[in-house]
Design a protein around this ligand. Sequence first.
Ligand code: HEM
Length: 606
Amino acid sequence: VLYDCVSGLPVNSTQLRIYEQRNNTEICTVDVKPCDPEEWQRVDGSCNNLKYPSRGTHRTPSSRVLPLDFSPNYEPRKASDGGDLELVRKLRTDLLSSGKVSEMKLTQLVSYYLLFSIADVVAIHDITNYVMKITYCCTPEGKKDYRCTPIKVPVHDPVHRFSGISCMNLTRPQTFQTFGCLDNGTDFVRVAFQTPLFDLSNTYNFKPGFSDRIRTFKNGLLKIETAENGYLFPESDPNSTECYLNQRPQETRCHKYVLNGVLGSNFLNIHFYRQHNKIAEELGKLNPSWNDDRLFFTARNINIAISLQILLYELLPIILGKKNLIRDGIICEDGGFRDVYDENIPPQMSDEYVYVNRWYHVIQEATMKFYDKDGHFVKTYPMVNATAHTGLFAIDDNFVYITQGSFRQPSGAFDFVIDSDMGNRILDGAQRASDVGSSDLAKGRYFGFPPYIKYKEFCTKRSYKEFSDLKDSFSPERLYRIMQNYKSPSDIDLMGGLWGEKYVKGGMVPETLYCLVVEQLKRTIASDRYWFERSKRPHAFTKDQLKAIRKVTIASVLCWVGDHVTEIQPKSFRTISSKNPLVKCSSSRIGKLDLSAWKDSETCKQ
Ligand code: HEM
């Protein structure tokens, strides 16, 4: 059945005719094969919700926590005095300092994993749009193009008053209107290309039919290719233009069907890809009678569960606060099953959830330290040069170096200091100058987010009319800085507020970020029919199987499928210390995935 992506209902003949005339049926509709309530979790996300089978596929519209707030014609809202809000680059350079501060207790893996998990639910289409397609927004041609929203650099900019750069290229977010699935003038709905489920969209490829291209259809395995340095990863496409920072001729590798974006997510995606095959191989040995499909889907089921176990139970407690997450029902303490599924909540990601994750740009340490397999420092490498640069992984021992660095190097601090590379040349080479923080502020306006205080009100149920009402949530200095840049509390941008806000008690992130993340995670847990902790879902884990998943940590993954990882600290999101020393991968302190719980009892009897 052909479903309308926007409404989530079977497309009617009138609408279909309109799409056909506009030649956009392919992008505005999704074909869903009839659902079987007992089947495996589909790779394309369909049939997750049996009432609305297309909800959960890619191009499921995002949801909103608060209603849209735009000026007429979906232009950014105005300031309370009717004028324009302050320039985003001015705000960015005033509200965030730039330079380097390290978080000595956490490793680079923290930012890599956060990025990996958010890349599961949001695509990089808006970035490629202005980096590869509409590159002229700062020229006279750009002035005439509605899609262009370049960032104006103030004359007294601390960096660019010396460089002469007065404008940075940027485009509007792409919506269902952009693709003609909704008429112009209707409410803004952002297009999301990934599935709105934590289901390893980039490992298995979320586009309908694409997972078939990466499957071998033998023994549940995914295709692999061996590069010269012995590094295994999915098929390469030497003609792809996606890896535009590959330094040719020596760097040619570009993934054909999986992600080629920002380093951290590419890096972990490759590990979860490899891990799928390791799981499938072991399952095959334990259960020789299982066919390809059963091996593939069981391995995927386990792989997804591991990714969520690490996110929810290992990483988020460190940064959001374990007690907070238990109190708010995001993690359960006893390690058992839980079932809060509600079929009336469709699987969707809120624009706000995806957006507040951009706050983690401030924690990104952008000077990567490379270490060899024995842990000796080799060199530094600028991380912003590694975006869309998959070829880098395949030459020299770079992948080994990056792997070792991921758990040896401290992360950037959780503060209001942004790494200079993130703030000035995030898209190295692809654009003359680019500042991710300014883009983050600008996009918030083009997404039509209401001011920060509306979210604050949503989260605390209190009202914020005067700056003084915010004094409990900002230090006097941060509030002063905000007041220097915004005339009224109702002018403060959502990201502007997050950049100054105090952190949630027991955690390391701004209070409102915490609140919006929890809002999403609660809905995700309740809306995903295949949530790994459900005991009644199709192909649910047994008690022993769930127990086995609970033992896996990010250290287990790196030990199992990382290149030349022979020792690691057990808590690898935390830096090496006397309490968290490097130990051999064979140590009992490193959890191992024990797949014996999946051994079929029938196979035993044979
Ligand atoms: C060197 C590391 C990183 C680079 C080069 C990078 C680069 C970028 C760029 C260029 C954008 C697009 C900005 C725009 O046009 O609006 C972006 C968006 C984003 N980034 Fe990062 N980023 C990095 C690290 C991170 C980390 C650690 C996170 C943590 C979750 C993160 C989360 C996001 C999110 C959620 C978006 C918004 C995506 C969207 O809504 O389209 N990034 N990043």
